[in-house]
Design a binder for this molecule. Structure first.
Ligand SMILES: Cc1cc2nc3c(=O)[nH]c(=O)nc-3n(C[C@H](O)[C@H](O)[C@H](O)COP(=O)(O)O)c2cc1C
Length: 193
């Protein structure tokens, strides 16, 4: 069984730092042998503020944008959320995209790669609470990227570059292994559902 992991880029802001972070995740994911990783850029799924009349837990989707989003998310056995920290939480666009669906997230594995002034840890912790409601199994290993030490600001705030450390790369490798292991272990539950 080849595991499929979606790397969800949780920022759609012009000039977002998240794009470089997601590309770094994918660059190193390419060497994995047990799983394939695919970018899911929320820019490519321009969902309005949640506009489905029926709660996602019923799986009755009225809008084509929801059906397309649900079909994409259903393809995966697990996810890596690449999240910025906005006001001590994840981004509104990622939360909105999560809220659109329910069963598509269930019994899958989740790794969180966060970035922000304090490594995005508050965004990551909020996502762990959300994951609990979605039966989405969040692995222990976080990748927390400090805006102060893992990004280069020397050319000003409009030209920030991502300079990830070896330490963070090691954490990412551990996270890959944990997400793949749990994505595989939960396969019988997905099959039974
Ligand atoms: C609306 C907003 C709120 C933010 N709030 C926080 C915050 O609470 N804590 C923090 O460490 N950084 C905060 N930041 C800094 C972001 O983490 C940083 O700008 C990051 O690059 C945002 O991700 P993005 O560039 O991919 O959109 C905030 C940025 C924005 C735009």
């Amino acid at each position: 069984m080849t595991i499929k992991i979606g790397v969800i880029l949780g920022s759609t802001r012009p000039g977002r730092n998240g794009e470089a972070v997601a590309n770094w995740v994918l660059e190193h994911a390419a060497a994995r042998t047990e799983a394939t990783y695919e970018l899911v850029d929320l820019k490519d799924y321009p969902l309005p503020h949640l506009d489905e009349p029926v709660s996602a837990s019923f799986g009755i989707y009225q809008h084509e944008h929801t059906r397309q989003w649900a079909a994409k998310i259903a393809e995966f056995d697990g996810y890596i959320f690449v999240t910025p920290e906005y006001n001590h939480s994840t981004s509104g666009v990622l939360k909105n995209a999560i809220d659109y669906l329910a069963k598509e997230w269930n019994n899958k594995a989740l790794g969180i790669v966060s970035y922000g002034g304090a490594g995005g840890v508050r965004a990551a912790e909020h996502l762990r609470l959300i994951a609990g409601e979605l039966q989405l199994a969040d692995v222990r290993q976080q990748v927390t990227l400090s805006l102060m030490t893992e990004f280069d600001w020397s050319r000003g705030p409009e030209n920030v570059t991502f300079t990830p450390s070896e330490y963070s790369l090691g954490n990412l490798q551990t996270q890959f292994a944990q997400v793949e292991a749990w994505a595989a272990a939960l396969a019988p539950l997905r099959a039974a559902a």
